[in-house]
Write a protein that binds this ligand. Sequence first.
Ligand SMILES: CC(C)(COP(=O)(O)OP(=O)(O)OC[C@H]1O[C@@H](n2cnc3c(N)ncnc32)[C@H](O)[C@@H]1OP(=O)(O)O)[C@@H](O)C(=O)NCCC(=O)NCCS
Length: 330
Amino acid sequence: MSDIRVKIDEIAMAVPDNVLTNQDLEKIVNTTDEWIRTRTGMVERRKSDDHTAASDIALKACEKLFKRSSLRTRDIDLIIVATVTPDHAFPSTACILQHKLGIPNCPAFDISAGCTGFIYGITIAKQFIENGSATNALVVGVELLTKITNWTDRNTCVLFGDGAGAALVTPAHKGEISEIIDTYISSDGKYGNLLIQQGGGSRNPTSKETVEKNMHTLYMEGNRVFKIAVKSMGEAAVRILERNGFTGDNIDWLIPHQANLRIIDATAKRIHILPQKVIINIEKYGNTSSASIPLAFAEAVEDGRIRRGDLIVLDAFGAGLTWGSVLLRY
Ligand SMILES: CC(C)(COP(=O)(O)OP(=O)(O)OC[C@H]1O[C@@H](n2cnc3c(N)ncnc32)[C@H](O)[C@@H]1OP(=O)(O)O)[C@@H](O)C(=O)NCCC(=O)NCCS
């Protein structure tokens, strides 16, 4: 066990300006506002323009972050970007962001853990800091899922949106209440094909055929993913509470991944937490994958719902399939 305790120092978010409503989607595919609202809880989402890439939105979130913190970019010695929609396959979006922010030489890398990416990132940063390999980490969840959306597939095109959230993960000073108490991450690769971008990698290199077959867009078996998501997110939340001696009653806020309001409700019920203690913004942003938790977290800090010292559970599920949770005092 390390003597170093680790906390989330600050958190910030950014989204593109352009809003895509359910009514807009009614004009693109055979869907209705009523279906989307009742089956997902979504009302609108953000869509970036043709010139914007993941590092551009991530940069906006980071600029807000550094305005709020006493830390400067020169203090950062670890950069982790969680994304499945990087600027390029390589170099990593973390390296691109490092350059844009003017952060001096340090480890910078992307991680691919789907919608659980931010929780994986926090887990990795915590361990780098605890074992003395880093002091101040920048952890970003950024996703431009509308760039890999199949706009002819009503099963998926209504679900996803763009955004970024960024957190500074730093040592907690003596006597300070803020702390990342525990993290839990897991995965089960046998379900990988349920949520996948099939084209563009070494399995199916980009070709005329992969483009014509729409293999570069997101494919999902929503119904099967839904069932596993309910089970895994519930399990991840229960596990992190139980092994730290807490129940849903002790928690000030549950911040779940915003994939579907019905999954969020089922997770809240599983840990017996009151609905008013669940942070939900799915109606505004849809599913922003690895950005969804930091987006919801930062928004609730900005509007004053979440305060220093609040006990919080982060809980996510995503492509891999992956899942995980974080217990923290903000
Ligand atoms: C995608 C999801 C919203 C679909 O909801 P569902 O209740 O499971 O719906 P189904 O997939 O069973 O489809 C039911 C019907 O609605 C139809 N449907 C699907 N999308 C539709 C849309 N946008 N508008 C109207 N009808 C739609 C289907 O075609 C199907 O019609 P059928 O019965 O005639 O075949 C839901 O499964 C889900 O949220 N899954 C998990 C998503 C997720 O977590 N993803 C990423 C992990 S981070």
